[in-house]
Design a protein around this ligand. Structure first.
Ligand SMILES: Cc1cn([C@H]2C[C@H](O)[C@@H](COP(=O)(O)OP(=O)(O)O[C@H]3O[C@H](C)C(=O)[C@H](O)[C@H]3O)O2)c(=O)[nH]c1=O
Length: 183
């Protein structure tokens, strides 16, 4: 597996070894030992999630506060998404900065988004199946959102030929300037 730290190095792009033959392909979508070797520290996942969305759906930017902060290992089994992680650790030199990655059924790339980041994605394909592992259980009382279009974050979302589809919850999310941050 190839591991590439992004411009915010705590966020790591992972590219698994894919074995193709006349039948199709095989790859280890998760291997605890190889994952921990790639990021350099132990991680325990407790929940797997799967969401399916149509083109233009934007989910995020979400995170959970401590003690239920979530690290997320995200991937796309069908379609393609533009994935975004925003550093919301007040003490970080990259506080307020974001990194992005195109994750797809074709490139089979995964993104490790540690605790301390807000996360979201927009779907580029007609349909996308988004699968991810989290390091803490869902805790709705601790869940927070930052509006995807926040001008302070200046995320360069891709232009689509459809309008973004955003839940009411996400459309009414806080601006970055008043969000709850991590230390
Ligand atoms: C996240 C979650 C949701 N739910 C229930 C709550 C709602 O009844 C329903 C849809 O939840 P929501 O609209 O928050 O789903 P997403 O917008 O995909 O949320 C996710 O969006 C971005 C991409 C993230 O990074 C987070 O993992 C997560 O917040 O699933 C659960 O039962 N368990 C869960 O872990």
């Amino acid at each position: 597996m190839k591991a590439t730290p992004l411009d915010i190095p705590e966020v790591v792009l992972l590219e698994p070894n894919v074995f193709g033959d006349e039948r199709g392909f095989f790859f280890e979508s998760f291997n605890q030992k190889k994952f921990e070797e790639a990021i350099g520290y132990p991680v325990e996942f407790v929940q797997d999630n799967h969401s399916r969305s149509c083109k233009g759906v934007l989910r995020g930017l979400h995170y959970q506060l401590s003690p239920h902060a979530q690290g997320k290992l995200v991937r796309v089994a069908r379609g393609e998404v533009f994935d975004v992680a925003v550093d919301i650790r007040k003490s970080s030199p990259t506080f307020g900065k974001s990194v992005t990655a195109y994750l797809s059924e074709e490139n089979k790339r995964q993104l490790w988004v540690p605790e301390g980041f807000a996360h979201g994605f927009v779907v580029l394909s007609e349909t996308a199946d988004f699968l991810y592992k989290t390091t803490s259980f869902y805790a709705p009382d601790c869940e927070r959102s930052i509006i995807w279009s926040d001008t302070d974050l200046d995320i360069h979302w891709p232009d689509l030929d459809v309008d973004f589809i955003v839940s009411d919850k996400d459309e009414m999310a806080n601006s970055f300037s008043v969000a709850d941050y991590f230390e």
